[in-house]
Write a protein that binds this ligand. Structure first.
Ligand code: PLP
Length: 390
């Protein structure tokens, strides 16, 4: 075979992505073993009925064609309103581009901001695709550790210390995957201050903004002087129960949106027509949003209550998103060893924290994408496993 580009072979240099426990558990589940899958961040329920109906109707009405490259105008208008709500800043449709999920928005943001060899700062633990998305844009990155003892909020001093002459962007994520942490106003303001003083972009991944569980969601875009240097990654996947529809968006200054529209010409050629119509309806009517937020709030509480008081286990972060981060380092410093052991002994699948960077060593991420009874049972098994750990 002739040589492949280093751009493509370099996206995942180790060939490993830390998801081995999940894939092994999934294979065993598919082979019929009764594994409790708490490793994946995808809803256990289907997309709300109103959105499904809108999709079927859009297909029947003949929405089968190419659409505007930055997104269906009706959808951009709806997303601009949603973005205004999410970020607290009045947003125009021209500041929105519709993307293939939040991941498409992240990909676009990195393509727009990074030249070959440019540097980004990410906060660990981080969502597993961040390193590869930066590498795919030719960038390099430094991980700033957000420590468990600080509730997984980063220390702004550490962010500032990681800045290099070629640093272009800070990538942050609140509510956070994997920790569930919702960043305080103080942290967001300090990050904004650093970005302004060092003339950096902030890419703010806010795909879990509706799942802040009563905490205040603060977007850096709302801080004075930040609108012109902030790109907000967003998605209907989690908020509207639409992971498989691949519908996300980026909120950014108009000029960035215009360049990203050019990128769409040579990449996706825009989004699917009927999906965009269904998404517009989902956004306008808010199908499922409140119910989904309530459901995850209740599930997190049930899981955390069932673990409360267990020997050898403590819970960190976890105010928001759809995850609970559990500290098992008192019995096993190596999260992967613990995760494999838990799968073998108790048939519970969780993600070792190391899948999200070294800062989450000694921790496991449990996803709340299961019915309450399953979560209770899983918590009992985790408890038993940790209490009898040898
Ligand atoms: N950002 C974070 C923090 C996520 O957890 C995810 C998905 O799990 C995404 C982005 C990607 O979202 P989407 O499924 O809409 O591409």
């Amino acid at each position: 075979m002739p040589k492949l580009s280093t751009r493509i072979t370099g996206i995942m240099p180790s060939g490993k992505d830390g998801w081995e426990v999940h894939f092994a558990a999934l294979a065993r589940k598919q082979a019929g073993e009764p594994i409790l899958m708490l490793s994946v961040g995808d809803h256990d329920f289907d997309t709300p009925e109103g959105t499904v109906e809108a999709g079927v109707e859009a297909l029947r009405k003949g929405h089968h064609h190419y659409i505007q490259l930055a997104g269906l105008p009706r959808l951009r208008t709806g997303l601009a309103k949603l973005s205004t709500q999410c970020t607290g800043v009045e947003t125009a449709p021209e500041e929105i581009i519709v993307t293939q999920g939040g991941q498409g928005a992240l990909f676009g943001a990195c393509q727009a901001l990074l030249d070959q060899g440019d540097h980004a700062i990410i906060i660990a633990p981080f969502y597993a695709t961040y390193p590869g998305t930066i590498r795919a844009a030719g960038g390099t990155f430094t991980e700033v550790l957000a420590l468990a003892e600080n509730g997984f909020e980063p220390d702004p001093k550490d962010i500032e210390a990681a800045i290099q002459p070629n640093t272009r962007m800070l990538l942050i994520n609140s509510p956070n995957n994997p920790t569930g942490t919702v960043y305080s106003r103080k942290t967001i303001e300090a990050i904004a201050d650093i970005a302004k003083r060092h003339d950096l972009w902030v890419v703010s991944d806010e795909v879990y903004w509706t799942l802040a569980a009563g905490r205040e969601h603060i977007s850096p875009r709302s801080i004075s002087g930040m609108k012109e240097r902030t790109l907000v990654v967003n998605s209907l996947s989690k908020s509207h129960g639409m992971t498989g529809w691949r519908l996300g968006w980026l909120t950014a200054p108009e000029e960035v949106i215009r360049y990203l529209t050019n990128l769409n010409i040579v990449s996706s050629y825009g989004m699917a027509d009927f999906i965009s119509h269904a998404a517009a309806e989902a956004v306008e009517k808010g199908h499922g949003v409140e119910e989904i937020a309530e459901r995850y709030k209740a599930r997190r509480k049930i899981f955390m209550d069932a673990l409360k008081g267990a020997n050898n286990i403590s819970i960190r972060g976890s105010e928001g998103a759809m995850y609970v981060m559990v500290d098992v380092s008192a019995v096993e410093p190596d999260a992967e060893t613990f995760a494999w052991g838990l799968l073998e002994a108790e048939q519970v699948a969780a993600m070792p924290g190391t899948s999200f960077g070294e800062a989450a060593q000694g921790h496991l991420r449990f996803s709340m994408c299961q019915e309450e009874e399953v979560l209770k049972e899983a918590a009992q098994r985790v408890r038993r496993f940790a209490e009898n750990y040898v």
